[in-house]
Design a protein around this ligand. Structure first.
Ligand code: G6P
Length: 367
């Protein structure tokens, strides 16, 4: 049956709001709630023997991979290499035995990613695929098939597939850590417990839809927008910038907060809004001091955070968006919501074709 928009104005809007449900569905197929453990689909290689993970993807799926790099390294202590598929394939990558090549794709048909997959297969890598279309070309070539259960995604700019990819990747990283003996049973239960909190936290983030809609007109006139984040939320800054570019046609850059002083700070003035993703946690203070550097130069800041005393931290900001307080592990899923909604509402203010942005395709099947 054809997928309908229902009460929503756009498919993208509908897909943003489906995230609590589809992330819960996806987690439901990777986590055993009876004992809070991770359970992957069947595969027949020894995951504890994986010596290196090579992640390859394009677009939004690539940013999910960047978040996963932090998780694989932190939990499973396995070195991770990540690249855009279009770069990877032609740079003569070094692929040693015992490597897992992990491909992330909503469609499972992106030509660059598929070509990279076939190259890795020919080079003897074990092939893992995180994919939303279970009948796709990539799904068929996987040794380890990890489906996301986001359901059909119609909006060209990916939203729900992204958060479902993150859910699967977190489960995979935890599973690998357990198998390598680096995560105790108690730690696994804790991680699973945090992941299971994600759907409710996504719902709480969605409650800010109205606030974000009402501030969108402040961002819509900008010619350039900067997004800042640190650690696993740095890829979210890039994903936020990508979403804004894709559907509102505003130039945007995602930057690692600490790297701003090495260049982008030269751009800061009253005309360049800066979206700061600042989940509480070990890196919060550092991000706030980067934010001060922006403010001192007249920058207009939108602070997205769950920190205590947000009012105070956000003094002098253009706006603050309060996120639910969550464990840093699930912050990348939760912070996806405000950056998606911001791009969506800015595009609505600008009157662009949200579901079919100019020059873009849902699935790019040419290299
Ligand atoms: C296109 C889409 C993006 C998507 C990217 C990768 O550029 O417009 O939304 O992230 O392809 O697609 P894939 O299906 O491989 O995730």
């Amino acid at each position: 049956a054809a997928v309908e928009k229902g009460n929503y104005r756009h498919f993208m809007q509908k897909e943003i709001f489906e995230q609590p449900t589809v992330v819960a569905q996806t987690l439901g197929s990777y986590l055993r709630q009876s004992d809070n453990s991770v359970a992957l689909p069947q595969f027949d290689f020894d995951i504890s023997a994986i010596k290196r993970v090579t992640i390859v993807a394009c677009g939004t799926s690539y940013y999910a991979g960047m978040v996963a790099k932090y998780w694989f390294e932190q939990f499973a202590r396995v070195p991770v290499d990540i690249d855009f598929a279009s770069e990877f394939r032609y740079r003569e990558p070094v692929l040693e035995d015992g490597g897992l090549a992990l491909f992330i794709s909503q469609s499972g048909e992106t030509a660059d990613t598929l070509a990279a997959l076939r190259h890795c297969k020919a080079m003897g890598q074990t092939i893992g695929v995180v994919v939303n279309v279970p009948t796709s070309s990539m799904a068929r070539e996987a040794d380890l098939l990890l489906p996301t259960h986001a359901g059909p995604e119609i909006g060209v700019a990916s939203t729900k597939a992204f958060t479902c990819q993150l859910a699967v990747l977190a489960a995979l990283a935890a599973h690998m850590a357990v198998k390598k003996g680096l995560m105790t049973r108690a730690e696994e239960q804790e991680v699973v417990g945090h992941l299971l909190e994600a759907p409710a936290a996504l719902n709480a983030a969605l409650d800010h839809d109205d606030d974000i809609a009402s501030m969108a007109h402040l961002i819509a006139p900008a010619r350039d927008v900067l997004y800042l984040g640190r650690g696993p939320d740095y890829p979210l800054a890039m994903e936020g910038a990508l979403k804004l570019k894709e559907i509102s046609y505003i130039h945007a850059e995602g930057y690692a907060s600490g790297e701003m002083k090495h260049g982008p700070i030269a751009l800061i003035d009253e005309a360049v809004p800066v979206i700061v993703l600042a989940p509480s946690g070990p890196l919060f203070e550092k991000t706030v001091s980067n934010m001060e550097e922006v403010r001192a130069r007249g920058g207009k800041i939108v602070l997205i955070s769950d920190a205590e005393g947000l009012e105070e931290a956000g003094e002098g900001c253009l706006a603050t968006i309060e996120m639910p307080r969550v464990h840093p592990l699930i912050a990348p899923l939760v912070y996806a919501i405000p950056v998606q909604l911001l791009a969506y509402h800015v595009a609505c203010v600008k009157g662009t074709d949200v579901d079919q942005p100019r020059n873009l395709a849902k699935s790019v099947t040419v290299e």
